[in-house]
Ligand binder design. Sequence first.
Ligand code: TD3
Ligand code: ZN
Length: 307
Amino acid sequence: MIISGAKLLGKAHKEGYAVGAFNINNMEMAQAIFEAADKMSSPIIVQSSEGAVKYAGGYMIHAIVKTLSEQYPHIPVALNLDHGTSVESCVQAIRYGYTSVMIDASHSTFEENLQMTKEVVRIAHAVDVGVEAELGRLVGIEDNIVVDAKNASLVDPAEAEKFVKESGVDYLAPAIGTSHGAFKFKGEPRLEFDLLKEVKQRTGIPLVLHGASSIPDSVRASFESTGGDLKGSKGVPSNFLELAIKGGINKINTDTDLRIAFMAEVRRVARDEPTKIDPRDFFKPARAAVVAMLCERMKVLGSAGRV
Ligand code: TD3
Ligand code: ZN
């Protein structure tokens, strides 16, 4: 059964660990996530952006996750809409069967963000669906909206307190210096842990880290060994993730790491076996590489062994 995101994250918040929220737009990625969860006895959040919903279809994504949740009935899973841009989009996701929705109005004014989040909370809570919102802005790309450094801003803890109180949101993503994609930091990696702790103290709810991919050395090396170019890429180091969890993060969004691990194997097969034409010859090793990477990540997040 796909359970409410609020319930799944409530446990993580109480026990002090983080659940990985992994993005999918196809069957193989979803299978890899469940296989890793099964191996590590870990709860998971599967999520899709509006772009992924457009690509695969919301009912399709839900059907894939529902089928896998029946194949692995002991694995607690929530299905989240990532970066929903409107109330309508969140309602649509609920109709598809999602059990968690993110309303991301972080690009609007504080007041607009609050009003939209309140509206989503009112609707979602009527059907036991959890709600995520974002405060502050991430640098980089949020589903094709380019956010440059000038437009980025960190969360304001006083605003966060007011926002959570008035909106009734279940979990909050405070901008503390991460960004989406493979190029997160110009110089040395840096996150605002003090800000995070203050937001946690003032809100007392599960917090979410977006743009949390680490780009592990082994994953980067395997992508680059096939001629892939990741020059200048930098992820969030795993000791930062551990500090973030200590600071109150309970949901860790990860997409880029899965993409790189998957595509490294697709590239390898394409390079080494030019006669292959069966997609399964590409996707089987790709799926296995994602499983291996995710198992390591679940240990870092502390979600391993929580089932
Ligand atoms: O919301 N997401 C996933 C979609 C971002 C586009 O890749 C994240 O916060 C994950 O960010 P990333 O790029 O670090 O995996
Ligand atoms: Zn994100």
